[in-house]
Every structure is written in structure tokens, then in C-alpha cells.
Design a binder for this molecule. Structure first.
Ligand code: NAD
Length: 478
């Protein structure tokens, strides 16, 4: 196979075992073949990044600005094509795929600007005649390991700040979505990155990922993915005393109070729980509903869910695309059975759907009569499945919302300023939403969670500097 998309190591495209990239809306559609890197290539990529670091970390901010700007411009100019590639390989709808692509462009735009805003502090010393400067420097070689569910936005929000602050990168995308990763690296290298600054090694976590994680030459590790993997990689990183950042799963609560605007509440839950096929770390999977509005809300929500059109991601009429692959679909189906066995009531959905093409289609599922100790209310399912928990009042709702080992996003629908304010202050989550879905965030402000959802400094916006730079304090006798 000679026409496959290759890995990018030390400024050169390098062949590897060609692996098909399959469309989850139509398994007969092979998007392309992508080279799977081996362990030796992953080591070459780390060596190349290490060799490129001294010059790149001292490059002029304007050089980095120009590269990030050009990348942003090209992504935006190609948003329809890249959005289509994204939807074809991951399965989110075309509107979602294009929206995510635009967001990637905005992230590069933001960090292009940040290259010109690097600044430090000059502080008076406590000692006479001494000057103190506090500055930020690049960390070194950054290992970037990403999941499949945001194939262009998550790589963008890691690569853009890494490059902005003068780090070099070894990037390993998820096995299921090499297409967007390859396109992004192609854009960045043509935008003018010197050789070795950004290296792409597509392939398996257990092979390529492990070489990155275990290398003493990787100075910082940024990971987004599942909680068990993130926890294991954080431990491996700690053994090397290496800076690390893990963004992991969620079991995000959304509270519906009796005083909520019903349309707003139904809208928030429909979007938060089911859009992007529920495959978002910020998806609302526990819907905590006050008794007085429970039946009315559940009736309106199930009517809305049943009207959602599930189908081929590229069909403009589709609102919910396919599940990403066969194993995720099987896992979702297992949880449908687990929920029923635990005594929850499957009000609607959950079944596999057949469409004109062979794909992984599943009807969005809603459980009612759930308790917060059920597995469907505690474990991240990562599919279009939500569990409704009935509670007596706001206090009970808050207690249930916080009773989880995750802490990424939490939302509430209410028209009460008192409850909204109390919830913002007391929700144990990194991100809190009032009358907005738990999923759907801005690109210029911090992103991340608490408890088992996140480890290390926040991502995105100016807070990204915390991870991608290291602070130096310099003293001078004047
Ligand atoms: P995953 O943990 O299976 O894989 C994530 C990445 O880690 C992949 O690139 C994979 O190849 C790599 N990997 C796996 N095992 C590895 C190992 N032993 N060593 C090194 N690398 C390894 O996650 P996924 O299924 O791709 O993504 C879904 C998960 O991501 C969900 O749990 C979701 O909640 C989470 N997620 C979190 C956020 C966030 O910001 N909090 C955002 C998106 C997705």
C-alpha cells in the first residue's frame, strides 16, 4: 500500500503498517489507509522533538505567531471539507463536525495572539540592590495523547498552546480517528514549522503511547481519554517526576428544578445527553429532577427524544449520528441490560437501528426510576444513554449531583436566582452551567474538572500556560 497517509517524524513523512480508517455510518466506506507507527518510530519522533527544542524554544514570537495564524486560516478556509472528514471518521453530524473544525481554527487564532502576549514580572527584591525577574519558559518535549471523540478540537487545544509557548511535540492521536490528526499536522508543517518541532505517530496506545509515556526525554505529558487509562498514565508519569495533565471521564449531573422553564430544561437535556451521540466527556448522563415537575418533564423529554432522527452522519437531516464503533455500541447495549437488571425503567430507546448502510446506529435511550447507586448512574457509559433520578427538592438534588467520584461539568435548569447562585458555588465540578447544557464550552476560558475527572493544570485559554510553561525566578545584583 503506497498511497497511505504516513507518520511525520523529524520533518519527513515516514511509512508504516497501513491500517484502514472506517466510517461508522457505513462500514463499507474506507476513508483511507493510515500508517501505524511502531515503537522504534515513536522513539525516533521523541529524538527529533528533543533535537528541535533548543532552537524552537528560542524562536522569535512572531515566527510562532505566523505559523499558528496560517494554520488557523487554512483550517477555517477548509472547514467544510475537514468537518466532513471528521464526521465521516468519528460519526458526529456534519453540523457538529464543521462546528468542531471552526473551533479548532479559533483555538489556533487565540494562541497565535498569545505568542505576542508573553510577559513576565519584575519584582522588587527584599534585599537592597537586587533585582528579581519572574519569567515563563517552554517545558521541553511534550507528549500529546488524545481520544477519538473530538478528533480535531482536542488535538488543537493541546498542540496550539504547546507550540505557542515554544515546546516541541510528539503527538499520538486515537486509533479510530487518524484522519483529522493527519490533516492537522499536514497543515501545521506547511504553515512553516521547522523540522522536528511537531511529530505525528499514529498507532496503538499500548505500543506508541507507551513509548511516549515511558520516555525520560518527554518532559511533559498531556492526555485526554478514559479515567482508567489516565490514572495509569499519571502514575507512570509520577515515577519519572514528570509534569502531567490528564483530562478524563465524567458522570455529569443536570438538575431540573420545579421552577424551571420546561422548554429550556428539555432543550438542555436533549443537547447535553444525546448530541454528538452522547460521546462527550461533558455529556449529561444523570438527570436529577424535582418531584413536582418530574412527570411533566419526563413526558416532554421522551417526546423530544423519540423525534430525533438517527442516521448517517453526513445526511443533513440527521440529528444523532452513529456510535463510534462496534465495541462502544456493545458497551452501550450492555449498560441498557445492566440498567434494566438493576431495576431502572427503560422508558424509551436503546435498541440498535438499521439504516440503508451498515453502521453502528442506536436509538437514544432514557431510563427513569433510577437511583444514584445504580451502575448506570455511577459509571461513564459514553453513549446516548441518560438516567433520570427523582428527588424531593433542591437540597436532595445537590446532594445527588455531588455524590459521584467524577467532577467535570454540572448543570441546572431553574428560574430562581437563589438556587442558581447556590448551585454555582456548591456544585463539585470544574464547570457549572445554569440553563445551559453541561456540554458546550467556550474556547478561550479554562476547561477541566475535579476529583477523578481531571488531574493537573487546566486546559485552554490563558490558563494553558500553567501546563505548557515552567516558571523561572532570576535574581541580579544590580
Ligand atoms: P482511551 O483512554 O481509551 O484512549 C485515549 C488515548 O490514550 C488514545 O490515544 C489511546 O490510544 C491512548 N492509550 C490507551 N492506552 C494507553 C496506554 N496504556 N499508554 C499510552 N496511551 C494509551 O479513551 P478514548 O476511548 O479514546 O476516549 C473516550 C474517553 O475520553 C472518555 O472516557 C471521555 O470521557 C474521555 N474524554 C475526556 C475529555 C476531557 O477533557 N475530560 C474530553 C474528551 C474525552
Amino acid at each position: 500500500m503506497s498511497d497511505h497517509k504516513q507518520n511525520f517524524i523529524g520533518g519527513t513523512w515516514v511509512a508504516g503498517e497501513a491500517t484502514p480508517n472506517i466510517n461508522p455510518s457505513n462500514t463499507a466506506d474506507i476513508i483511507g489507509h493510515y500508517a501505524r507507527a511502531d515503537a522504534a518510530q515513536a522513539r525516533d519522533a521523541i529524538d527529533a522533538a528533543k533535537a528541535a527544542f533548543p532552537a524552537w524554544s528560542r524562536s522569535a514570537p512572531l515566527e510562532r505567531h505566523g505559523i499558528l495564524r496560517r494554520a488557523s486560516d487554512e483550517i477555517l478556509a477548509r472547514k467544510d471539507e475537514l468537518g466532513q472528514l471528521l464526521s465521516r471518521e468519528e460519526g458526529k453530524t456534519l453540523a457538529e463536525g464543521i462546528g468542531e473544525t471552526v473551533r479548532a481554527a479559533q483555538i489556533f487564532d487565540f494562541f497565535a495572539g498569545e505568542t505576542l502576549r508573553l510577559a513576565g514580572e519584575t519584582v522588587p527584591s527584599v534585599r537592597p540592590g537586587v533585582g528579581v525577574e519572574v519569567t515563563r519558559e517552554a517545558v521541553g518535549v511534550v507528549g500529546v495523547i488524545t481520544p477519538w471523540n473530538f478528533p480535531i478540537a482536542i488535538p488543537a487545544w493541546k498542540l496550539a498552546p504547546a507550540l505557542c509557548y515554544g515546546n516541541t511535540v510528539v503527538f499520538k492521536p486515537a486509533e479510530l480517528v487518524p484522519g483529522c490528526a493527519w490533516a492537522l499536522v499536514d497543515i501545521l508543517q506547511r504553515a512553516g514549522l521547522p523540522e522536528g518541532v511537531l511529530n505525528l505517530v499514529m498507532g496503538q496506545g499500548s505500543v506508541v503511547g507507551q513509548v511516549i509515556v515511558q520516555s525520560v526525554d518527554v518532559d511533559a505529558l498531556t492526555f485526554t481519554g478514559s479515567q482508567p487509562t489516565g490514572a495509569a498514565l499519571a502514575l507512570e508519569s509520577a515515577k519519572l517526576m514528570r509534569k502531567s495533565q490528564m483530562e478524563m471521564g465524567g458522570k455529569n449531573p443536570f438538575i431540573v428544578l420545579a421552577d424551571a422553564d420546561l422548554d429550556v430544561a428539555v432543550d438542555c437535556v436533549t443537547q447535553g445527553a444525546y448530541f454528538s451521540t452522547g460521546q462527550r466527556c461533558t455529556a449529561s448522563s444523570r438527570i436529577i429532577v424535582e418531584d413536582a415537575i418530574h412527570d411533566k418533564f419526563v413526558a416532554a423529554l421522551s417526546e423530544r427524544i423519540n423525534a430525533l432522527s438517527v442516521g448517517d452522519a453526513l445526511d443533513p437531516a440527521t440529528q444523532i449520528g452513529p456510535v463510534v464503533d462496534a465495541s462502544q455500541l456493545a458497551q452501550n447495549e450492555d449498560y441498557i441490560q445492566i440498567g434494566q437488571a438493576e431495576g431502572a425503567r427503560l422508558l424509551t430507546g436503546g435498541e440498535r437501528l438499521s439504516r440503508a448502510t451498515e453502521g453502528f446506529f442506536q436509538r437514544p435511550a432514557l431510563f427513569t426510576d433510577c437511583t444514584n447507586d445504580m451502575r448506570i448512574a455511577r459509571e461513564e457509559i459514553f453513549g446516548p444513554v441518560a438516567a433520570v433520578i427523582r428527588v424531593a427538592d433542591y437540597d436532595a438534588a445537590l446532594e445527588v449531583a455531588n455524590d459521584t467520584h467524577f467532577g467535570l461539568s454540572a448543570g441546572i435548569a431553574t428560574t430562581s436566582l437563589k438556587f442558581a447562585t447556590h448551585f454555582k458555588r456548591n456544585a463539585e465540578a470544574g464547570m457549572v452551567m445554569v440553563n445551559l447544557p453541561t456540554a458546550g464550552v467556550d474556547f478561550h476560558v479554562p476547561f477541566g474538572g475535579r476529583k477523578a475527572s481531571s488531574f493537573g493544570p487546566r486546559e485552554q485559554g490563558r490558563y494553558a500556560a500553567e501546563f505548557y510553561t515552567t516558571v523561572k525566578t532570576a535574581y541580579t545584583l544590580a
